[in-house]
Design a protein around this ligand. Sequence first.
Ligand code: FES
Length: 154
Amino acid sequence: MRDTPDASSASPQGNRPPSEHHSPRTAISLPVHGVRHHVDVEDRWTLGELLRDHLDLTGTAVWADGADVQTVEGLARDGHLSPLQQAFIEHNAPQCGFCTPGQLMMATALLNTIPRPDAAQVQQALVGNLCRCANYNAIVEAVVAAGAQQGGAA
Ligand code: FES
């Protein structure tokens, strides 16, 4: 669900059926992709649960930098994949795709910190993201290529 800036958004229950119990709730205001959402959350919800189950961001791989929440859905702009997403396609980085949102978000954070990482820096940054397809070489190549492109190298 997308919303206009500073407009209220998700219903307290989102897409879920009404809960049988009455868990404690807290009203929060949360910026996601630059759009502020006002949501009445159950105190036990995780950020991932809120994004996936109540804001319909089902590809959720979360990156919260303290100012704004970013998910994989926010990488493309105006219907165009980001250079990193395009590099993933060109290097066949997604196999089954299960790990791809997390790899993309971690790589995005890396490229924001180190614009032109080498393979060792990419491996270090993505070490916590497991790929069940073991497609690590292609993922690293894609991130290095995206960095080189963003840095203006060949
Ligand atoms: S592409 Fe299948 S788990 Fe990584």
